[in-house]
Design a protein around this ligand. Structure first.
Ligand code: ACM
Length: 261
């Protein structure tokens, strides 16, 4: 099956335009699963809780879910994309999972990065695996990668492909994903953003280099650092379901859990 990421450079606060650009790029992408970056519709560098609240939307039911559902139906694709979720007075850094028949579920970022702790509640839904029929996907958002437990939990729950929405500012993740995928024998689609945001005296430069990584430590596609880009790779789900490294080593059955406490 074919999977893809869309690497783009959203304009802060220009939600309508950012959604429109993403929909145009999805229209051009020939894949069964498409992953978009973290907070792809709003931009990342929030400066107050009020601002975050203004940029948030209910999930499901918001305009981003509606727009992505419409294009998912038209293209017969699954989409995973990051956005700010409003739930009563709480905000979450969430990712929505959309199937060709509409909203399928959501993930709320568990490991918040830096000032995100000022605006967002830590995710409270756990790591969940979505069965798409053709494969099982697990979702995580950006800094979750720093905690090996995130991908391990998703892999132990049966995920074949980790859909990883990101706004990476550190240079380490892309290389680290090679090991994360190897040690769990899963695929990962890291959809990062590019560009720089400067707001109220703060600035972030995002590292691009979105990546599709395979279970055998192979980089199947790595994007440029600056370009807006669609990355597509062919994956083989049977490879992620075979956890045998050799006739004697099954990477999950060989775990010595009682020594890990
Ligand atoms: C990050 O978690 N956005 C670095």
């Amino acid at each position: 099956m074919r999977v893809a990421f869309i690497q783009l450079n959203p304009v802060f606060g220009e939600t309508e335009g950012n959604i429109e650009k993403a929909v145009t790029l999805i229209q051009r992408t020939d894949a069964e699963i498409i992953v978009l970056p973290e907070l792809f519709n709003t931009g990342y560098l929030i400066t107050s809780k009020e601002e975050a609240f203004d940029l948030s939307e209910p999930l499901p039911g918001g305009k981003t879910t509606e727009a992505l559902s419409a294009i998912a139906r038209k293209k017969n694709v699954h989409i995973v994309a990051g956005l700010i979720e409003r739930h009563a007075e709480d905000l979450f850094n969430s990712a929505v999972v959309i199937s060709p028949s509409g909203y399928l579920g959501k993930y709320r970022k568990i490991h918040l990065f830096n000032e995100e702790k000022l605006w967002f509640q830590p995710g409270d839904l756990g790591f969940h695996v979505f069965d798409l029929g053709t494969c099982k996907i697990g979702v995580m958002v950006c800094f979750d990668w720093f905690f090996p437990e995130s991908m391990r939990t998703l892999a132990l729950k049966g995920a074949d492909v980790i859909c990883h929405c990101a706004n990476l500012v550190l240079p380490f993740c892309q290389d680290a994903m090679i090991t994360r995928c190897l040690e769990n024998r899963v695929y990962a689609i890291t959809a990062n953003r590019t560009g720089e945001e400067k707001r109220n005296g703060k600035s972030f430069r995002y590292t691009g280099r979105s990546q599709i990584t395979g279970p055998n430590a192979k980089i199947l596609y790595r994007a440029g650092a600056e370009t807006e880009e669609i990355g597509i790779a062919e994956i083989e789900v049977s490879l992620s379901r075979d956890k045998n490294l050799n006739p004697y080593n099954h990477i999950f059955l060989d775990r010595r859990e009682h020594f890990y406490r």
